[in-house]
Design a protein around this ligand. Sequence first.
Ligand SMILES: *Cc1c(COP(=O)(O)O)cnc(C)c1O
Length: 402
Amino acid sequence: MPLSPPETQQLDAILPTEPLLLMGAGPVPISHAVSRANGVVINHLGETMDAVISNVKLMGRYAFQTVSDKIIGVSGPASAAMEMGITNILWPGRSVLALSMGTFSGRMAEMAEGVGADVTVLESSGIAPVRLEQVREALAKEHFDVVTLVQGETSCGVKMKCLPEVAQLAKEHGALLVVDAVCTLTTMPMQMDEWGVDIAIAGGQKGLSSIPGVSLIAFSDDAWQTIESRKARQPHWCLDAVRAQTFWGSQQYHYTAPVPGILALHEALRQICEETLPLRFERHRISSIALQAGIEAMGLRLFVPIKDRLNSVVAICTPKDTSSAQVRKIMSNRFNVEISGAFGLDIMRIGQMGEQCRSHNLFKVLYALGMSCRQKGVDLDVSLGMAELESNLVIDPEYLVD
Ligand SMILES: *Cc1c(COP(=O)(O)O)cnc(C)c1O
């Protein structure tokens, strides 16, 4: 019997009248220019698209700080870009040292196992990044073809401060370095060429403040040579970097590109170029430091010690006698602000990526957090927190306004 159509529901009936302010660990709010671009569909081949692609590559080079022309957009989540990076340079018989300090760094190890590479996982201990000494020892003991790490571990709010030193060690030992910069790219320095990063990965919905579902990846000459000299069969078709380069390098058909998402990425990158990286880093730093100061002044504790603390995603210890889920529920229902919980850790996470770092968003999220905790009986000085936030925004306040 043929199926009859189900009862339908207008999207407007499901969506809240006023969208929640996305102050979690991603996706993040998008600018009007990005949103408008995302509503446009044009042909994925032809002169107009060629111009869009060459702009995206040019602006992508600036974002990654590389002169490489191997900048490729990926139709898929940041994880798909990670998978493109990992699976193109690894195959059975190749070895990888995976620096793990949380969910996303661990994910690259899983992907490497998936393609049959020999994977050694180097774990961090406690709330900290993997230490440079650990990497030095591991690389001295045996040869690895590839080293993988995450610049900012979104899952717990820890940053890999010694990335440049690890990159240098990897070079000295003849290993390619893969860096997941999904949450950090354009929120803090990432010097792909200067540091010697071979593969750098960015997602749309985090640091770049574009939409989820279209990601960006950059390959160094060394990484590209490895890919081109590959004899092992490439198990992927969509994620085959050489095939993808037919579109991103020669504007020829590979698969139908995610046109609206690429147009959105174009606008996100253009706004990054207009802002300039130094000012953008400063906006993120000051915004996050002021937020952290406000959180602590209120009486809440931050999860990561300052020396390893990531600014792009701030992890907060859940106060005693309440739960992250309870607090976040009040924040959503009463204040229309959404922040994140975590996978397996008793923390709440506030994002400081792209459009999240605007003064009006900071005041809104801090007030919502403080008042929601208070509603659950936590004794906090919300006024003191708000005052501390205000006095730490030592930047022209206009600049933090959209
Ligand atoms: C969010 C995130 C990812 C995964 O992004 P998806 O788009 O969900 O695949 C990977 N790495 C880091 C550091 C992230 O923050």
